[in-house]
Write a protein that binds this ligand. Structure first.
Ligand SMILES: [Zn+2]
Length: 278
């Protein structure tokens, strides 16, 4: 994987270098499949597991970048967004002149599916409150609230890793998934603990859900201004919320803050030696 600068207004675009540079924009109409991860597809060309990198872009305030891949799956690295954040910070971030356009929520949207819930409420900033209830002695009920401004993402969210159990792993391997998974790229849960501790945060699990949500909401194509509340949701509900918002233009308006023209691009040769997959 390689991240390149992009012109103002171009958004995040994935480029398959193994398929003549075929490009897929990181926007909701290209969402293909959501189960264990979020995938994009355009004319049969797939990009899988986009959420951690897109999350890092939002957390760093990157609006424009080209992401080259020589494969269909993004590198999983350590299962968090931290390696992407470090790589982008090392390459540098350039401020562009055009004012950033925000998608500002004007009316609430609530979606329910069984005991799963996701909603977004009007707000002048971007905040997330996520709750999970996972039947495991180390997890149970966890809620995490965060204001995604002023560096909070980098301090509290970016390093939270994905997690799974040995049983999940076997089931997913049987489906041909997560062939690159190992103890180095996710937290492995045992019946009553963690196989490869210590955790990076005592509530790392729910923080990772926030990380995933931020990455999936990046498919709005703009930074959002709203208060997002989620309870036991997942990639499918995250992306359903995105398409629901985009479908109804009375729910939001586009705003800019001319005094703080803060559109950014990822700058110059940020390269990660990519081996991949979960
Ligand atoms: Zn994840």
């Amino acid at each position: 994987m390689r991240i390149l600068p992009a012109a103002s207004g171009s958004g995040i675009v994935f480029r398959r270098t193994d398929l003549d540079g075929y490009e897929i924009e990181a926007i909701s109409p290209n969402v293909a499949r959501v189960s264990y991860a979020t995938s994009l597809m355009k004319k049969g060309v797939l990009i899988s597991t986009t959420e951690h990198l897109l999350s890092a872009f939002i957390g760093l305030g990157i609006d424009n970048a080209v992401v080259e891949l020589n494969n269909l799956e993004l590198p999983i690295l350590d299962g968090s967004a931290q390696p992407f954040v470090a790589m982008i910070q090392q390459a540098g971030i350039r401020k562009q002149r055009r004012a950033r356009k925000y998608l500002k929520i004007r009316r609430e949207v609530e979606m329910r599916e069984g005991n799963k819930f996701i909603a977004v409420y009007p707000s002048d900033t971007y905040s997330v409150a996520y709750s999970i209830n996972f039947p495991h002695p180390l997890i149970g009920k966890e809620t995490f609230r965060v204001e995604l401004t002023n560096g909070s993402y980098l301090r509290h969210i970016a390093a939270a890793r994905t997690f799974g159990s040995r049983e999940d792993e076997q089931a997913m391997r049987n489906m041909g998934l997560i062939r690159g998974a190992s103890r180095d790229n996710c937290i492995v849960l045992t019946r009553d603990g963690v196989e490869n501790g210590p955790l990076r945060f005592p509530d790392e699990f729910v923080r990772h859900k926030v990380l995933d949500l931020v990455g999936d909401l990046a498919l709005l194509g703009k930074q959002i201004l709203g208060n997002v509340v989620a309870d036991r949701a997942g990639h499918a509900m995250h992306t359903a919320l995105v398409s629901r918002i985009l479908r109804d233009k009375t729910l939001w308006e586009e705003v800019t803050f001319p005094e703080a023209s803060a559109e950014h691009e990822a700058s110059s040769r940020a390269e990660a030696a990519a081996s991949s997959s979960i």
